[in-house]
Structures are given as C-alpha cells and as structure tokens.
Design a protein around this ligand. Structure first.
Ligand SMILES: [Mg+2]
Ligand SMILES: [Zn+2]
Length: 260
C-alpha cells in the first residue's frame, strides 16, 4: 500500500515538505477499521474482566512479559484467561456496565451515509464485543476478533484469525487488513494500543487516541496520525472534510465557500 496521507493529517514530526504532498481521499473509497477496547469503549474491557474475575495474580506476570515484548498477545491471553473463574450471568452483568463512546452511533451513521460499512478489528473476543454493542443498541457491524467459549465458570479462548506469518498476535490485525476483501480501497484506522501499531502502519489515514501507546510509538518512529480524544473528534473531522450534505466532496477540500 502506498504511503499516503491527506493534507489535514497533522505530522507528529517536522518532515521534508515533499512528504506532505496532499492526495485526495474520498470516504466512499475507504475501508474504515476500528479497534474496540479503549477506542469504542472508554476503557480496556478485557483488562477489566481479567482484573475483576481472576482468582490469582498470575495475569500480572503475563501482562508484564507482553509489554516487554517477551511473549505475543496470543500467549498472553491464553495464560491470563486460565486464572479467570466467572459464571455466565456474572460476566453478562459486568458487560452491561460497559458504556460505549456516545459519538460512536452518529459516526457509524455518517460512515453508512457514505456507503462505508466499518469493520471492528480486535484482539479481544467477538462474543464480548457483540454483547456490549447490542446492549448499547448497535448492530450489524462486522467484527474480526478472537472467540471465546464458556465451560462452566472457565473461559476457553480460540484464535481463528491468528496470522499465518505472525506468531505474536491472537488476532493478527495486519493480516486481516491485507485480506483480498479489503483490497482496492484506502484504509482508515482508528485505535489506541500496541496491537494497533502494525495495522496503523499499513493504513492511509490513522486516528490515534491522544496520550496512548499507539500515538506514542508513532511519534517515536516518525509515523503520522491524527490524534483524537474521543470519537466525537473523528465524527467532526469527517463531517468537515466530507461535507456530509455532499457525498461527492473530497476529504482534502477543507476550504468552504464564503457564505453570503
Ligand atoms: Mg484498544
Ligand atoms: Zn500479527
């Protein structure tokens, strides 16, 4: 995928001006990928489940090893979930306490008005994600994530989207973005964490949650992104750069005609 950005994307480092050449980006010609935890939700739900329902502190060592890059997320999740004991009703009660970003619904509607069906790519579990979305009145979104089965009060993970090349990820988001079904369009990526770094690097426009590890790592490596605090920032961005009343307007045409 050609390295590419639009004029409105703020560089995190000063770069030679030829690196800032603006190209047009029509929302209609984009796939839009969302991370889930701490991107659509206000906090990391999976971390919350692990902290709430683990019967020992084994998960801490897995977390530390993962943060240091000693193990991949698949090995980390496998190990962490072994310490969880939770009844289905308890888990559902917990998931019902999780709110989603209040702007997600209107951002989704805006994207759909432009013919974009967004895709959630997550290293959490599709059953958890769908439960939270449905409880918050959101349906019909494609979710690529790991899967979870309950055996009594134990959680058993499986990893149908583990990468063929990548041995680190539970769900290799990078390989998902490279799938044939997502070819031929620009990629817009919205995320916050370390598992978003690889897919963000192969995307054309990246929104990175301000102050989180995705933004920090892009900053350190000279990558570009549009920082956001919550999804209302992204809604406003698309609202401005798409001119929602005219679906044919290009994203980079930021100057509006003067009103008279
Ligand atoms: Mg996240
Ligand atoms: Zn991977």
């Amino acid at each position: 995928m050609t390295p590419y950005r639009i004029a409105a994307t703020q560089p995190l480092h000063d770069e030679p001006s030829e690196g800032l050449a603006a190209q047009s980006l029509k929302l209609e010609n984009c796939h839009v990928f969302f991370d889930f935890d701490n991107t659509i939700t206000a906090f990391d739900v999976l971390d919350g489940i692990i902290e709430q329902f683990s019967v020992n502190r084994d998960w801490v060592a897995y977390e530390e090893a993962w943060k240091k890059g000693k193990i991949g997320s698949r090995q980390c999740l496998d190990g962490q979930l072994r310490s969880i004991r939770v009844e289905r009703a308890q888990l559902h009660a917990y998931l019902r306490t999780v709110g989603i970003d209040p702007a997600f619904g209107r951002l989704l509607a805006l994207l759909r008005r432009h013919g974009v069906e967004p895709v959630i790519v997550s290293d959490s579990f599709s059953q958890i994600i769908r439960y939270i979305l449905e409880h918050n009145g959101i349906s019909g979104i494609t979710v690529h994530a790991n899967t979870l089965r309950m055996h009594g009060d134990c959680l058993q993970p499986s990893f149908p989207h583990a990468g063929s090349q990548c041995l680190r990820c539970g769900h290799c988001k990078t390989e998902t973005l490279a799938r044939a079904e997502f070819a031929g369009k620009r990629a817009v990526y919205i995320g916050d964490g370390l598992s978003d770094l690889c897919p963000a690097r192969r995307s054309d426009l990246v929104f990175a949650k301000r102050g989180c590890s995705l933004q920090r790592h892009l900053l350190e490596t000279g990558g570009h992104c549009q920082p956001f605090d919550d999804l209302s920032d992204i809604y406003n961005y698309f609202k401005e750069y798409t001119d929602d009343t005219d679906p044919h307007r290009r994203l980079h045409e930021s100057t509006r005609p003067a009103t008279i």
